[in-house]
Design a protein around this ligand. Structure first.
Ligand code: BGC
Length: 736
């Protein structure tokens, strides 16, 4: 999708013209973002805007306040430069979509794009013109609370969906009143924080950085994203906010990014706390030198940049570049022409379209992890009574998930209410919360839960984590179901009734201690405003689950990091080499060990693999064909497969394409996702799905961190998860 912006040459001329007229103080003003917080105008803020000391504000969603601030900016300042108004609109504004990790489970760029479009429209109606999303940090560690905000563990999936979000926020015309600038964050490597502890150190070798962590950012830049945010984290000893190599050399130099870079919240001044600088002045110097154009909520730039220039430490040209980058985006947004917002130009908040988008996104994001004996879908005609039990069945706020500053819990339709309205005329639905929160250890309501379950034909347990347990600064070391939930599951199991678990959570959980205690699991993430109706429809077969895991589910937290696109190692494990700790021969302990890469107490396989997700339908994959078994550099081949819905229900399947480069200049992952397509199939319908693979798609960064495609042998697989075995081979041969 092309983002139509004003002619670049005209924009650059306008930027230069403004810069020529601006004082040093005014340029630095553009580089300063101020937090508004409560929805009133502090005098000092109004004065700051009036004096040209503020280029951007964040955290104001009162349209009258925004318009008044813009009025001051465009009517009372010397150069009439409008403000850019930022807000964290992460997965919805008032209408909340599933958390980004849930959206990623849809593997559907269209629904992700539509969700961002709805969010942009609602946010823009309050005067917001810039969101701090998408977060495209590759996340291989479910302990990290911010995995909820991410698009999962895979560079390709995160790139495709990150681009879809950028397109949704920015639309086809950034000057339109209902589009907002996006911000790809957090540049870069934040997801690799040690032990998943938020804000902790990251150490990422450059080869891994380039092959794994940078690709989604490169994709966002290529898609025209307006801004990037630096990460809080320290990467290989240099915090991202002072990292010249990342910001100047890679982002600007190699990729030619011409939007602007904002720091994270106060992360300029935090350079001192990191131990990189001795004071705020040095912090301002380091961040500005690295190429961070705007300081978010902090005053190091405002206080010290002018002196740094006047004392000859920083070249004013650097300030011109930074201010120019910011002005360029303000021009592209059309803010100079239209700084004001009129809510009457917008459809009502949470209109039917917004709610339908949220419902569809939730429906497509739910992953069915297991479904023994086809216990799902439930049949309203066959059930007389249904027990609905658990702390997250009727929790309107919790289902919204993390980062919902503006999310309206009043709009939430909970699973409990949705189930009731779907089947109340046929089924007697009996609800018990049983636990005050997911963290409760109090089991006193469990007897009642057991008796309700025992009197019912089936039980649906709503388990998981409240929203507070994931998100920023909300990491966990133990990622199993918290509190007494496992005990509740065990007690309900004893009734012998069919038990379905619907799990709402902000991350992959370790479900090892409950997985065998339930017949079916729907993993619903935090599904947002319309999570309830989506879940009810899936439980009763109005729709079929079609989500696929965007991140691996470990058996035990000690396996983390565990991800599908790992390296092979020199001693890869196999079922034959794995020995369990309980099976070590006491008489010949050494002989029984497999000498391969596994854990004695966990093996090497995850509980649920990347790409896994079941359906009420069954799909048959056959006739895998490849247009050529050899190709030269800069050529493509086509891989096609017939997918048939062999069941009696209509359903969607996400067809996935994986590749392995067998021998590389650097070791290559055992599998890498290279394509996917969500197809809707009627009962009995067969569809040929085609993937085109160009040699550029097989390029990687080699030993000298140069992008390369090598001749050699490749395997390719197609199927419904990363574990598919349906495969063939091809070879890249040297060019003529
Ligand atoms: C987060 C950012 C966010 C910013 C503004 C920070 O704490 O790391 O992702 O955009 O706050 O709210």
């Amino acid at each position: 999708m092309d983002v139509s912006i004003a002619d670049p040459a005209t924009t650059d001329r306008r930027v230069d013209e403004l810069l020529r007229q601006m004082t040093l103080a005014e340029k630095i003003g553009q580089m300063s973002q101020v937090n508004v917080g409560d929805s009133y105008i502090h005098d000092y803020l109004a004065d700051g805007v009036r004096d040209g000391r503020v280029g951007s504000v964040l955290n104001v969603v009162d349209v009258d306040v925004v318009n008044e601030l813009q009025r001051i900016a465009v009517e009372e300042t010397r150069l009439r430069i409008p403000l850019i108004v930022g807000r964290d609109v992460i997965h919805g504004f008032k209408t909340v979509m599933p958390i980004p990790l849930g959206q990623a489970a849809s593997w559907n760029p269209d629904i992700v794009r539509q969700g961002a479009r709805v969010a942009a429209r609602e946010a823009a109606s309050t005067g917001v013109n810039w969101t701090f999303a998408p977060m495209i940090d590759i996340s291989r560690d479910p302990r990290w609370g911010r995995i909820a905000e991410s698009l999962g563990e895979d560079p390709y999936l995160a790139s495709m969906l990150g681009v879809a979000m950028v397109e949704g926020f920015e639309g086809e015309d950034l000057t339109a009143h209902d589009t907002i600038a996006a911000c790809a964050k957090h540049f870069v490597g934040y997801g690799a924080v040690e032990s998943g502890r938020d804000y902790a150190t990251t150490n990422i070798p450059e080869n891994e950085l380039r092959n794994v962590y940078l690709p989604p950012f490169k994709a966002a830049v290529d898609a025209g994203v307006s801004t990037l945010m630096t990460s809080f984290s320290d990467i290989d000893g240099v915090p991202a906010t002072a990292n010249e190599y990342l910001v100047k050399d890679i982002l600007r130099g190699e990729w030619g990014f011409d939007g602007f870079v904002v720091s994270d919240w106060d992360s300029v001044r935090q350079l001192e706390i990191h131990g990189l600088t001795a004071n705020d002045r040095e912090s301002a110097y380091e961040a500005a030198l690295a190429g961070v154009d705007m300081e978010m909520h902090g005053d190091a730039y405002a206080r010290y940049l002018a002196a740094l220039v006047e004392d000859g430490q920083l070249d004013e040209q650097l300030i011109d570049t930074a201010a120019g980058n910011i002005l360029r985006i303000k021009i592209r947004l059309g803010l100079f022409e239209n700084p004001y917002t009129d809510p009457a130009d917008f459809p009502p908040i949470a209109d039917a379209h917004a709610l339908e988008t949220a419902r569809e996104a939730a429906l497509q994001s739910v992953v069915m992890l297991k479904n023994d004996h086809h216990v799902l879908p439930l049949s309203a005609d066959k059930l007389e009574t249904l027990a609905v039990i658990g702390p997250l069945a009727d929790a309107p706020y919790e289902q919204l998930g993390t980062w919902i500053f503006d999310g309206d819990r009043e709009l939430s339709v909970t699973p409990m209410h949705a189930i009731h309205s779907l089947v109340h005329d046929k089924v007697d639905v009996r609800y018990l919360r049983a636990m005050e929160t997911s963290r409760s250890r109090d089991t006193k309501a469990f007897d009642e839960a057991v008796s309700i379950a025992a009197e019912s034909d089936a039980v649906v347990l709503f388990l998981g984590e409240e929203s507070i347990l994931s998100g920023e600064a909300h990491s966990r070391a133990d990622i199993s179901l918290p509190g007494a939930q496992a005990e509740l599951v065990r007690r309900i199991r004893e009734t012998g009734k069919p038990v379905v678990a619907v799990i709402l959570a902000g991350r992959p959980l370790t479900l090892t201690n409950v997985v065998d205690q339930v017949d079916a699991i729907l993993f619903a993430w935090h599904p947002g405003t319309m999570g309830g109706p989506a879940i009810a429809d899936l439980l009763f077969g109005v729709g079929s689950p079609s989500g696929k895991l965007p991140a691996t589910f470990p058996r035990m937290v000690g396996q983390v990091p565990i991800y599908y696109n790992q390296k092979n190692t020199g001693k890869p494990p196999s079922p034959e080499t794995v020995v369990h700790i309980d099976d070590i021969d006491p008489h010949a302990p050494q002989l029984s060990l497999g000498m391969t890469a596994f854990h004695l107490d966990a093996g090497y396989l995850p509980l649920f693999a990347f790409g896994h997700g079941l359906s009420y339908a069954s799909f048959n994959y056959e006739n895998l064909t490849i247009s050529d078994t050899e190709l030269k550099p800069d050529e493509s081949l086509t891989i096609s497969v017939d997918v048939t819905n062999t069941s009696t229900v209509a359903a969607a399947e996400v067809v996935q394409l994986y590749v392995r480069d067998l021998a590389g200049n650097v070791t290559r992952p055992v599998r890498e996702l290279k394509g996917f397509e969500r197809v809707q199939l009627m009962p009995g319908e067969k569809r040929t799905v085609e993937f085109e693979l160009h040699t550029d798609d097989l390029a990687f960064y080699g030993r000298r961190n140069q992008l390369m495609t090598e001749p050699g042998d490749f395997h390719v697989w197609v199927g419904g998860s990363s574990e598919t075995e349906l495969g063939t081979a091809f070879r890249i041969v040297a060019g003529a």
